[in-house]
Design a protein around this ligand. Sequence first.
Ligand SMILES: Nc1nc2c(ncn2[C@@H]2O[C@H](COP(=O)(O)OP(=O)(O)OP(=O)(O)O)[C@@H](O)[C@H]2O)c(=O)[nH]1
Length: 278
Amino acid sequence: MVLALQTTLDIDQLLNLFSTHLKSVVPHAGSSFCNERLGIELSLGGHGRHVCAYNLELENEFLGEWRMSRNRRFTEPELAHVEALLCRLLYPLRNGLKYREALSYAHTDQLTQTGNRTALLDSLKREFDLAHRYQTPLSIILLDVDHFKSINDSFGHDIGDAVLRAVARAIKDSVRRSDILFRYGGEEFVIVLANTSRDGAANLAERVRVMVETSFRALRGSDLCVTLSLGVAMMLPGETHLDLLRRADHAMYQAKHGGRNRVVAAAAAAAAAESELP
Ligand SMILES: Nc1nc2c(ncn2[C@@H]2O[C@H](COP(=O)(O)OP(=O)(O)OP(=O)(O)O)[C@@H](O)[C@H]2O)c(=O)[nH]1
């Protein structure tokens, strides 16, 4: 089994391999692994009345909690077996967790804790393929903070950074899932909306616009005025994910040219013109 565990750095695969082997040695209904810090929660199989749980640690580093359960009590020899096997899991598990952490770091914008450009392109491509396969609508919102240069110039770069963090926070609070927000560039963000029509995306964009405008206006004693220009586009037949991004970008520029602090939705058919909302 030790060799098998060394064949993968993927945590899900690793724990599946481990669980399959463990089941053949100590039969049980199901098991789970949890590492809160890395947001990993994996459940394999069912549940039982009797639970045994272990905090997995290696060289003073907490790796996570492993649980297994079944309806029959576990015997002492069985538990000794489980513990011996868990010891063999520790090094491969630590390698897998480090790999997972490195991957997540490489895909996260450290200032706003949103996905970065690489993560956006990966995610958009994936959602695009799914939308094609299941014939579901896919929309995106590309948004840009208005006059951000002058915020930096007037209030300083640290306040500029804080504004970007607050904008990301406000957007995350307005959307159903927080993992669909990406920082595309300096003061530009993209929201990827699976299974969402152009009108649905435009409504959400308007909600985000109002949310950001009002939350900064509520900051008393500050001249800080933060607004967004937002471009919305829905996937059209035959286009690529980069085409979609380009159309959303174009709609966002229309919003800038239209006076900023507004939403523009790209046309639902390629030839039609943009429409400004509401
Ligand atoms: N504080 C801070 N500033 C950034 C960051 N990334 C980019 N910027 C700044 O964002 C500013 C963007 O300015 P512009 O592209 O001129 O756009 P703008 O001032 O927002 O004007 P409009 O988009 O036309 O409304 C530049 O001054 C960049 O230096 C960042 O991570 N932190």
